[in-house]
Design a protein around this ligand. Structure first.
Ligand SMILES: Nc1nc2c(c(=O)[nH]1)N[C@H]1C(S)=C(S)[C@@H](COP(=O)(O)OP(=O)(O)OC[C@H]3O[C@@H](n4cnc5c(N)ncnc54)[C@H](O)[C@@H]3O)O[C@H]1N2
Ligand code: MOO
Length: 407
């Protein structure tokens, strides 16, 4: 028996094979979930002009700085400024302009008095205004030009995922198109003559193909496109046939058929083209990976459903994100305390489906009765994987652990 690879050794091999996907320009409306290939620079200052943050009056601070209820200051209202107006009315001493939130502040004004600090409020706001409370200082309630970002400043950096906040920032900075990497195209193929479609009545020895459904969801969640989802039996000839149907894919993910049995179609068909290894992790020990001559990355994940979920998180998802040029390819880790004890396999790092309580700072197994890699339904309870080092054989209550949070 050859030595087991460490998780890092296998993962490094996978990541070393990744070639960044090409970049393309897309409108913001089509950029959600894409990864930036070039920075987004502000096209203009933001805000683009000094503007009011309150509905009220643009005033000369010197006219109202001593105003209070006993000594109100009365000003003549000489203009009305809705948001969007290009007007810049002159204000002489003793004059004010009614102004709405977002409207440009006149060059002669240096403070805003909200309606709430006047005698008449909105109801009596054209003609004259009586100020009952002085603004705190020059600049009160004025949002300054460039206070958020300056023209030419970097708003978003390469490697960032365009989430809703990032898209909003790009739009606010005056940008309507972004340069992003192409979405990876992924083919998902379940292997196993025992597999039937979910919902199909089960005969003896048959099991629902849950891996394809799980993988299609996690692939989409990794901002990749599904090129093909297929299911084949244990005949190795089916492997080349399905590869021929998936020529547009960047990544092909097989599940099942990689271990030591007599009918292992992935191993039998691909042993001379990709590497079959054993990795010191549980679940997910048998792993296949390689690059076909045409550049497609091929993963052969162990067929057990929990093994598939873990293998995807540890190897496939980082590769899909690296293909996109994503700056962060790892899930967030939290350091949490075990609230139950459990035993773990010696010599293999365990990724245990877990329930976390981030408020209490605790983690416990999601699957009763240990870490069985076949516990597909119990996996639904997990929101994380507790990572137990290879040299630990028992986790005791109170032990600190790294926990991979999903998402
Ligand atoms: N003699 C040995 N036997 C096994 C070893 C070993 O080292 N020596 N490793 C075990 C481990 S660990 C795992 S994990 C599995 C992986 O085996 P395969 O990748 O060949 O997977 P299969 O045998 O095809 O399936 C395993 C298991 O998972 C079920 N399965 C498969 N595909 C699906 C699917 N799409 N949806 C739901 N369930 C699926 C399948 O029915 C089996 O029960 O090998 C061990 N054996
Ligand atoms: O390594 Mo297997 O994936 O433990 O069940």
């Amino acid at each position: 028996m050859t030595d087991l690879l460490t998780v890092e050794e296998h993962r490094d091999r996978v990541l070393a094979a990744v070639v960044l996907l090409p970049a393309e320009s897309v409108p913001l409306s089509e950029a959600s979930g894409r990864t930036l290939a070039e920075p987004v620079l502000a096209a203009h200052d933001l805000p683009g002009f000094d503007n009011s943050s309150m509905d009220g009056f643009a005033v000369r601070f010197a006219d109202v700085e001593r105003a209070d209820a006993e000594n109100p200051a009365t000003l003549r209202v000489v203009a009305d400024l809705p948001a969007g107006t290009a007007d810049d009315p002159a204000l002489a001493p003793g004059q004010a302009a009614r102004i709405m939130t977002g409207a440009a502040v006149p060059a002669d004004a240096d403070a805003i008095v909200p309606f709430e600090d006047t005698a008449g409020g909105l109801a009596d706001s054209l003609g004259a205004v009586t100020v009952l409370r002085a603004p705190k200082a020059v600049g009160a309630y004025i949002r300054r030009r460039g206070g958020d970002t300056r023209a030419g400043d970097t708003v978003l950096s390469p490697g960032e995922r365009l989430d809703p906040f990032a898209l909003g920032a790009a739009a606010a900075a005056g940008v309507d198109a972004v340069t992003v990497t192409r979405r990876p195209r992924v083919a998902i193929i379940s292997t196993g003559s025992e597999l039937v479609a979910p919902g199909h009545a089960l005969g003896r020895g048959q099991t629902p193909d849950s891996n394809a459904t799980l993988l299609a969801a996690v692939v989409a969640d990794a901002d990749a496109d599904i090129e093909l989802v297929d299911r084949i039996g244990d005949d190795p000839a089916g492997i080349d046939a399905v590869l021929a149907r998936a020529t547009r894919a960047d990544v092909v993910v097989f599940t099942g058929g990689v271990s030591a049995g007599a009918y292992e179609p992935v191993r039998l068909a691909l042993a001379d083209r990709i590497a079959f290894d054993r990795v010191a992790m549980q679940p997910g020990k048998p792993q296949a990976f390689g690059v076909l001559d045409d550049g497609r990355l091929v993963f052969g994940l162990p067929g057990n459903p929990v093994s598939v979920a873990v293998s995807f998180e540890v190897f496939v998802r980082p590769a899909l994100l690296a293909l996109q040029g994503r700056a962060t390819i790892d899930r967030r880790l939290a350091r949490l305390t075990a609230s139950e004890s459990w035993t773990t396999p010696p010599g293999r790092r365990q990724y245990l489906p877990a329930v976390v309580d981030l408020v209490a700072g605790t983690v416990r197994p999601a699957t009763a009765g240990g870490s069985g890699s076949h516990l597909a339904a119990s996996l639904a309870r997990a929101g994380a994987f507790a990572i137990v080092p290879a040299d630990v054989s028992v986790v005791s209550v109170g032990d600190p652990l790294d926990v991979m949070l999903i998402p």
